[in-house]
Ligand binder design. Structure first.
Ligand code: AMP
Length: 216
């Protein structure tokens, strides 16, 4: 399996990717997670990325493409991967096609998880992420059984630094301007599938299985 998950911040990409990883034994490659790990480690790459991330802007293509190239060269990607949060603009999408071509691979599908813009604002500002295992909750739509405690591993739930109202608004605008055009890009390649991201989580996962069953 070699797929891209397209969707605005808060559309549920990360939640669905984690379900698919468990089910199919493939890896999730989230450039946001890789960048947050780099920031937390205090590396030079992390320092270079932090200001853009805090402002809700895209990190430079050079940094992100370097990270993806390195990650796709690792052996655990052999069984397949789900790209989550990458590509984020046309330059990245074109560079990905070139990179995969050089590896004698190609993407099988780009799956667009679609949620109306107004819903995303609420979802993101109410979102909580487990600081230990990365599981995602939402105070309103998908709360943990015990407030601020992860159902999966007992870890502490935290709010991401960029899930505050001002930064969220900016991230959604960046998505509209830079990432939404990728829907047409993959449609032109005959690789696009659309899924309604407003349905319950389990129902969306079923739709993913339907789409993935149709891939060769
Ligand atoms: P995410 O977790 O996917 O919402 O990403 C969080 C932040 O990391 C974004 O707001 C960007 O600043 C940065 N980021 C993640 N993926 C990319 C990417 N493919 N290109 C540029 N910046 C990215």
């Amino acid at each position: 399996m070699r797929i891209v998950l397209l969707g605005a911040p808060g559309s549920g990409k990360g939640t669905q990717a984690k379900q698919l990883v468990d089910h199919y034994g493939v890896v999730q490659i989230s450039t946001g997670d890789l960048l947050r790990a780099a920031v937390a480690s205090g590396s030079e790459l992390g320092k270079a990325a932090k200001a853009a991330m805090d402002a809700g802007q895209l990190v430079s293509d050079d940094i992100v493409l370097g990270m993806i190239k390195e990650r796709l060269s690792q052996p655990d990607t052999q069984r397949g991967y789900i790209l989550d949060g990458f590509p984020r603009n046309l330059t990245q999408a074109e560079a990905l096609d070139v990179l995969l071509d050089g590896m004698n691979q190609s993407l099988q599908a780009a799956i667009s998880l679609e949620v109306p813009f107004d819903d995303l604002m609420h979802r993101l500002t109410d979102r909580q992420t487990c600081s230990s295992c990365g599981a995602i909750f939402n105070r309103t739509t998908h709360p943990s059984a015990v407030p601020d405690v992860c159902d999966a591993c007992g870890g502490t739930l935290v709010q991401r630094a960029d899930d505050n109202a001002a930064t969220v608004r900016h991230r959604l605008n960046v998505f509209e301007a830079q990432t939404a055009p990728l829907i047409a890009y993959y449609e032109n390649q005959g690789k696009l599938a659309r899924i309604d991201g407003t349905r319950p989580i389990a129902e969306i996962t079923e739709k993913f299985h339907d789409v993935l069953a149709g891939l060769n």
